[in-house]
Design a protein around this ligand. Structure first.
Ligand code: URA
Length: 276
């Protein structure tokens, strides 16, 4: 005889099975789907989940899946280009429905810090805590990032922090090529509007998206690149840091990151002197 479970027992069973969040507002009757045609196996393949910030394999495609249509990107670029300041860009993103991640996210995660900052840091994608609070880097990796900044005399409030995608990918999976490409025009506009002296990408996906470099972070860190904004004539000095999530997993890399932070500190003071 089949036992009927109470809603609380069903919920407890899901938690025991490892479910730690709900990602849809509507319930789905899975039994009604049993008779529907099976989806194409390749198309249904989930995007891989790797520890956020794990170094990309040299030459590996960072983002899985097909890219978006040119029209979708063009429309995102048009919307982003109309924003004349960071606030307007925030409003444009709140109204933007072109990225599928918005459907499962709780909040838009745009920026934290000073929109007039001289140093801008861009990570991969919001995680669970960021999604809940609507702010980037507020979980454990955010705590480490704050300490990294403090070690070179910078308060979190003095820099600008964001991510290459503005909504949390369900289950912290890597953003797809489409999700990344559709958010990119907004990130590019954000960089133009902030016009920092230094741009720092945190981890492989942000480095690939903004600097076009797909080598492992271990090979890219400790060097300077030129980030060329679409509208400005002057390129921005850009560098790569090992992602704080990865540093939490491999603390032996902290020594290299300390060198990289000193390099950033020196470049910032040179830029400040040049501006005087
Ligand atoms: N990891 C990221 O890349 N971004 C966040 O905001 C938090 C964790």
């Amino acid at each position: 005889m089949m036992e009927t479970l109470s809603p609380l027992e069903i919920l407890r069973w899901h938690v025991d099975m490892g479910a730690d969040e709900t990602i849809g507002e509507q319930t789905v009757d899975r039994f009604a789907l049993i008779d529907s045609p099976a989806p194409d196996a390749a198309a249904a393949k989930p995007a891989p989940v790797s520890p956020r910030g794990a170094p990309a394999q040299a030459g590996a495609a960072v983002y899985p899946g097909p890219g978006p249509s040119e029209e979708m990107v063009k429309s995102a670029r048009e919307i982003a280009s109309q924003a004349s300041d960071v606030d307007a860009l925030h409003k444009a993103l709140l109204a933007f429905d072109g990225c599928g991640l918005k459907k499962t996210a709780t909040n838009l995660v745009f920026v934290d810090g000073d929109p007039a900052a001289r140093l801008m840091l861009v990570g991969e994608a919001p995680g669970a805590q960021e999604d809940r609070q609507g702010l980037p880097f507020v979980g454990p990796s955010g705590e480490l990032l704050n300490k990294m900044l403090a070690s070179i005399g910078l308060a979190r409030s003095a820099v600008l922090i964001s991510n290459t995608v503005f909504w949390r990918p369900p289950g912290n999976r890597t953003p797809t090529r489409q999700e990344s490409a559709i958010c990119l025009p907004f990130m590019e506009r954000l960089i133009e509007l902030v016009a920092p002296d230094i741009l720092v990408t945190l981890g492989g996906p942000a480095t690939k998206a903004l600097l076009g470099q797909s080598q492992g972070v271990g090979r890219l860190r400790g060097r300077w690149f030129a980030y060329q904004p679409h509208s400005a004539t002057n390129p921005i000095d850009a560098t790569v840091l090992i992602h704080p999530d990865y540093l939490l997993l491999t603390p032996t890399q902290k020594r290299a990151t300390w060198q990289d932070l000193l390099m950033i500190k020196e470049k910032l003071s040179l830029a400040a002197k040049a501006a005087d």
